[in-house]
Design a protein around this ligand. Structure first.
Ligand code: MG
Length: 159
């Protein structure tokens, strides 16, 4: 009998100058980037939290502490590979995931397919199982004021 587990994750990173703007492993040209201990890939961080959450394995900070020098400027793609390897070792596979990026700028639509492809490659699943949506916050809250970018992810695992 197939078992299913659902997981949810979210993250927020503050925007600062002289940092890269990376989403799902794709570097997007922008005037500001993410302040973070790692490379600041706020989309991948939400996905990792969803994966761990599905199996009650705490969160990204428990596995990859942000005060550990090992993760300074870490490539989040490697953290995601490690997270997936942990869930696969426990016998679970990803059915699909659905994500939302809340960002006022830049326009993300032209980059969505590249982000989906990048994530599908890292997760080693079909791109049709990876949904990435983007929306603005209509000029209000920290996202709307261009101070931060927020992300959400829901993932379904099966065994
Ligand atoms: Mg984060």
């Amino acid at each position: 009998m197939t078992e299913y587990r659902i997981g949810q994750g979210s993250d927020l990173h503050v925007l600062v100058e002289k940092r890269d703007f990376i989403l799902g492993g794709v570097k997007i040209p922008h005037t500001v980037g993410f302040k973070a201990h790692s490379d600041g890939d706020v989309l991948i961080h939400a996905i990792i939290d969803a994966l761990f959450g599905a199996l009650c394995l705490e969160d990204i900070g428990a596995h990859f502490p942000d005060n550990d020098p090992k993760y300074k400027n870490a490539d989040s793609r490697n953290l995601l590979r490690e997270a997936v390897s942990i869930i696969r070792k426990k016998g679970w596979e990803i059915n699909n995931l659905d994500t939302t990026i809340h960002a006022e700028a830049p326009k993300l639509r032209p980059h969505i397919d590249e982000i989906r492809k990048s994530l599908a490659d890292i997760l080693n699943i079909d791109v049709e199982k990876v949904s990435v949506k983007a929306k603005t916050s209509e000029g209000v809250d920290a996202v709307g004021e261009r101070l931060a970018v927020r992300t959400d992810c829901i993932v379904l695992l099966y065994k």
